[in-house]
Design a protein. Structure first.
Length: 339
């Protein structure tokens, strides 16, 4: 049986998708695309034999391709996803799914018309052994009742705002571009849904640069199980790239540090804490692709379904709205809007 064909748009992080497709026995990479000819040529030399194009529409409309990875700039995701769905292709998209709620609604409608197609987004922290270990502890009751989480997306790469494409496109959101990972992590760890958010932010770290949007955003989340969470997306921080996470339960507290995490089970300062040395992040950018491909061919299921993607995005869109109007905003699930 001939392998199914994949195409990849965007060869920054998208290049890391190639190995994941090539490692699967039922798929191979047919085409790669990037508008930067130098980048395209450079990647092509490392992966000879793959068709190249600078035009994403050529790849998206190619009938020989069954699945696409979209790793282009954030402001092009929605258009490319919709074209892929209309052309009958499965979609693996880098976060965020899109930039605006109306785009998400259009994607949801398009998917409803094509229930045979699979879509997921690269919410990769679900694959981290350290966070998988934490989820197991929460599920087993080791943490007790989790009542609060503080999650920090510390980007530590300010130059990508001030000198890169994020400062060139018409709109960029640090919550959608980074904080989305922490929102999804909270939802996944707790199996709870966010009902309301209130957000604030500023642009101090990148003031005077060509970047025009908040580089720091912080949101408080109210979840439907009584839990509260704080999520921040801090792109201007003087700090290495890191996913800060503190989980507070009635029996224990988990704190993600580097290289190890800490599990504290006593209020007594004289008692030692447990060191958790499971790998962090411990997964590559293509870790979710294999199970996505297995679901396409009916040999497994993916961790991040399209419904999960829409639910996480709905929280982030509520944060965006609250950031603009300064008021608490109820989370309205994307697919519920469509009913």
């Amino acid at each position: 049986m001939r392998n199914l064909q994949a195409g990849i748009i965007g060869l920054g992080v998208g290049e890391q998708h190639i190995a994941a497709y090539e490692a699967h026995p039922s798929f191979e990479v047919h085409s790669i695309c990037d508008f930067n000819s130098s980048k395209l040529s450079e990647v092509s030399q490392r992966h000879p034999g793959i068709k190249i194009t600078e035009n994403p529409n050529e790849l998206l409309c190619d009938p020989t391709i069954q699945v696409v990875s979209i790793a282009s700039y954030d402001n092009t995701h929605a258009e490319q996803i919709l074209m892929a769905i209309n052309e009958g292709k499965h979609v693996f998209v880098e976060k965020p799914l899109c930039l605006f709620v109306d785009e998400a609604e259009k994607i949801s409608v398009a998917l409803r018309k094509r229930p045979d197609l699979k879509l997921t987004s690269n919410l990769i922290l679900r694959c981290s052994p350290r966070f998988q270990d934490l989820k197991n502890r929460i599920t087993a009751g080791e943490m007790g009742d989790v009542y609060a989480i503080e999650a920090e997306y510390n980007y530590g790469r300010i130059e990508k705002l001030t000198d890169g494409w994020r400062g060139e496109i018409d709109y960029y959101s640090v919550m959608l571009g980074g904080g989305v990972h922490m929102v999804d992590l909270i939802r996944w760890l707790t199996s709870a849904e966010v009902e309301e958010v209130v957000a604030t932010g500023n642009q101090v770290a990148t003031a005077g640069s060509r970047f025009r949007y908040p580089d720091y955003v912080c949101a408080l989340l109210r979840l439907n199980n009584g839990m509260r969470a704080k999520v921040s997306a801090n792109f201007g921080c003087v700090h290495p790239h890191f996913h800060g996470l503190s989980v507070f339960g009635t029996k224990a507290t988990f704190i993600n540090d580097n290289p190890n995490a800490r599990l504290i089970k006593s209020r007594d300062t004289k008692r030692s804490e447990e060191t958790i040395s499971t790998p962090y992040p411990g997964c590559d950018k293509g870790a979710l692709i294999s199970e996505f491909l297995n679901e396409i061919i009916g040999e497994g299921s993916m961790k991040v379904t399209s419904d999960e993607v829409f639910r996480t995005m709905a929280v982030c869109f509520a944060v965006e709205e609250s950031l603009k109007n300064g008021k608490p905003v109820s989370v309205n699930p994307i697919r519920k809007r469509m009913l």
